[in-house]
Ligand binder design. Structure first.
Ligand SMILES: [Zn+2]
Ligand SMILES: [Zn+2]
Length: 110
């Protein structure tokens, strides 16, 4: 299967409790907790642009943190807006697919 198809999302939905569902064009489904997405944000205010060191302290995030809006940006990216007001992070679909937390992907089966 070509990587172009692999990294295309068919459907993106916000589910309860605080979960983001991505259904990929090849039929695979990925579920991400909103908190884990926030913790892996790579925007300039979460990760130092030069050293790539994390600036964000996960302990400083509110307990009930959730994604309040998802907007496609560019052709292969998602801009996530969080309930703590953080809205500058971009998650590429490629990165989301590569970090799919399901047991199948964690084992490296594809
Ligand atoms: Zn960020
Ligand atoms: Zn997976």
């Amino acid at each position: 299967m070509s990587s172009i198809v692999r990294y295309q999302a068919e459907q993106i939905m916000l589910l309860e409790p605080a979960t983001l569902l991505v259904v990929w064009v090849d039929g695979h489904e990925s579920l991400y907790s909103h908190r884990s997405l926030r913790e892996t944000c790579e925007c300039a205010s979460c990760v130092d642009e030069w050293t790539r060191k994390p600036i964000l302290d996960p302990d400083s995030l509110p307990k009930n943190l959730r994604v309040v809006a998802v907007e496609p940006t560019g052709r292969y990216g998602l801009n996530l807006k969080f309930s703590d007001g953080h809205a500058t992070g971009i998650w590429s679909l490629e990165r989301l697919r590569e970090t799919c937390p399901c047991p199948e992907c964690e084992k490296g089966v594809s």
